[in-house]
Design a protein around this ligand. Structure first.
Ligand code: FMN
Ligand code: SF4
Length: 571
């Protein structure tokens, strides 16, 4: 600031300029109104500004307004419209926040049935580190149908032949009734599955009749006693409904693992209360952990019980990988008891949610790639992989995303936000305010009217269909017959400068039975994560064996003699 302006500012604070301007406008307006009978509007507007300024300097909530009366409101206005301004005018096509315009446009186009082709070639920097591609074949195949399926729960009385692309868990409560109807209607049209999310099965899920995966989480919504504990009779009643094809026990979700959640009382409408079996208008709490089990063995026994109560439908669990020893404890419990889940859904730390603390969305939970690899590799290393199917979710929206995840070991993919975009979500990120501009994530009946169910059913169906058609083309180009033949040998990654590597060489993949052999001492551990954490994990508890300081100074828990014996026994 020049010196003369600084001196002026000392006697006549420049930051009050807007407030003073309001006073001048008010006086001039009043003067012209009296003298020439015009300008009264300006006097009133000026007066509003003056009063606003007085309120601003007297209030104690916003320091910016106390220092910058009147003009300070611009900051709040700009803050309010920043996401839209950024999205429409500033954001690059490939900038992800959390999904790039490129990704969203692809979903919008496929959902609307608009052409999804791009002119003139890639917009990606193919020299950039992290750029990936699929190696194609000189002998492309021809595949009759894009309706790729995976059998889940082959040994169950009622196995399910799932599409390899399904709607990920999102509750009625997080999403509007109209959104749930449209998603389920789309699932029915395209013959794929719709995960209920932890809010259980509502009238909106039942209205269309599309296949459901019923998610049972720590609140046991839809199958709970008044005190919040699990109720087997209620569970059996709903699990045996023909529309329910599989049961998913939710342990955690990538966006907020270990956090739990609350649906505030005012949002707990009559319909939500009925679906969940809770009281209307009262805060609906999802505890951070389950009360039906507290050890790995108990959890597998719970899964077996659910399978029986459901009449033999596939039962699995969903989680985001956290402490490796807890996952290994589950794997050991599987070996020890022979009780296996029919499927495991791995959710990435990059996953979405209606609302979660920033620290959780940004810094808790393993990203999908790492979580999926750990789960896949562990099951391969224990010779359990062919008995348990793996699903995954975490920013999967395109056919390439699906192909890549299948290359890393997934049998199918789920998408939550992809299907939200198909419903018309514009990524305004105000899901937690109940002011969703598109009627997708709101309980406000007026706002929900924006979402016209029959047309969105069409879009959900289209998005699914066109994505799988694109996947079929990718699989054909690679010279394969089914996406489950895509392996890490088909995908190449630029790891640095002019160095590229097959994912098979870049990432760790372990050989069948390698963990069993290493635990028997017949070979080295395939990776440090197994060497350190496998011996200290226990089927009887999620807690690791007691901590000790190891030779290199790292403080890691080490197994006790008794625990080691248990491990040997288990294997
Ligand atoms: C609005 C919203 C609500 C969600 N609700 C649930 C839920 O009830 N249960 C659950 O397991 N995951 C829930 N999720 C997580 C998704 O199912 C999914 O695992 C995660 O968002 C990653 O998929 P995406 O990247 O395709 O969104 C929710 C996600 C969103 C965006
Ligand atoms: S439009 Fe905005 S508020 Fe509505 S679902 Fe999408 S991100 Fe959430």
């Amino acid at each position: 600031m020049p010196t003369w302006l600084k001196s002026l500012d000392r006697f006549f604070p420049i930051r009050y300029l807007a407030w003073i301007a309001c006073a001048v406008v008010m006086l001039l307006g009043a003067f012209t109104q009296v003298v020439v009978h015009t300008g009264g509007v300006w006097a009133v507007l000026g007066l509003v500004g003056v009063i606003t300024g007085i309120r601003d300097v007297r209030q104690r909530r916003h320091s910016i307004l106390r220092n910058y009366p009147v003009i300070g409101h611009m900051r709040f206005l700009f803050e309010f419209i920043r996401p839209e301004m950024r999205q429409y005018f500033i954001e690059g096509d490939n900038e992800a926040a959390p999904f790039s315009r490129q990704q969203r446009s692809l979903v919008y186009q496929r959902a609307k049935g608009d052409p999804d082709k791009r002119p003139l070639g890639t917009q990606l920097d193919v020299q950039a580190e992290g750029y990936e591609w699929i190696n194609h074949s000189l002998q492309p195949t021809r595949i009759a149908s894009h309706d790729f399926r995976v059998r889940i729960g082959a040994s169950c009385a009622q196995p399910y032949d799932a599409s390899i692309f399904n709607i990920s868990a999102m509750s009625f409560g997080a999403l509007s009734g109209a959104a749930i109807r449209a998603l389920n209607g789309g699932a029915l049209r395209g013959n794929f599955a719709h995960d209920t999310g932890e809010g259980s099965i509502s009238v909106h899920h039942r209205a269309q009749g599309g296949d459901l995966i019923w998610e049972v989480a720590s609140g046991y919504f839809g199958c709970r006693n008044p005190d919040g504990t699990f109720n087997p009779e209620l569970f059996a009643k709903h699990a045996t409904e023909p529309q329910v094809k599989m049961i998913e026990v939710k342990l955690s979700q990538g966006a907020k693992p270990g956090h739990g959640g609350v649906l505030p009382g005012p949002k707990v409408t009559k319909e939500i209360a009925e679906a969940r079996g809770v009281e209307q208008g009262v805060d609906c709490i999802s505890p951070a952990s389950h009360s039906a089990f507290s050890t790995p063995i108990e959890m597998l026994e719970f899964i077996a019980k659910l399978r029986e109560l459901s009449g033999g439908k596939p039962v699995g669990f969903k989680f985001c990988v956290g402490h490796p020893w807890e996952w290994f404890a589950l794997a050991k419990a599987m070996l020890q008891t022979g009780l296996l889940p029919d499927f495991i859904v791995v959710d990435g730390g990059e996953g979405g949610t209606g609302a979660a603390p920033l620290e959780f969305t940004d810094h808790v939970g393993a990203p999908l790639q790492e979580g999926l690899l750990l789960v896949h590799n562990t099951l391969v290393g224990l010779n359990l992989r062919d008995k348990i199917r793996i699903g995954c979710a975490g920013k999967v929206v395109s056919a390439f995303d699906i192909a890549r995840m299948m290359a890393l070991g997934a049998n199918w993919c789920n998408s939550a936000r992809g299907f939200m975009f198909a419903l018309g979500c514009i990524q305004s990120q105000s899901c937690h305010t109940d002011h969703c501009p598109t009627g997708v994530a709101t309980q406000d009946p007026q706002r929900q009217k924006a979402l016209v169910v029959p047309s969105k059913i069409e879009r959900v169906h289209n998005y699914h269909r066109h994505t799988l058609e694109a996947l079929k083309e990718l699989v054909q180009a690679a010279g394969l017959q089914h996406p489950n033949q895509i392996t890490a040998n088909h995908v190449v990654r630029r790891v640095a400068g002019d160095k590229v590597k097959l994912l098979a060489n870049h990432l760790e993949f372990i050989a069948p039975g390698a963990l069993l052999a290493a635990a028997r001492g017949e070979c080295d551990w395939p990776h440090a994560v197994y060497k350190i954490y496998w011996p200290i994990s226990r089927a009887e508890t999620f807690a690791p064996a007691p901590a000790e300081v190891c030779a290199d100074g790292l403080k890691v828990p080490l197994p006790t003699v008794g625990d080691q014996a248990a491990v040997d026994l288990a294997i």
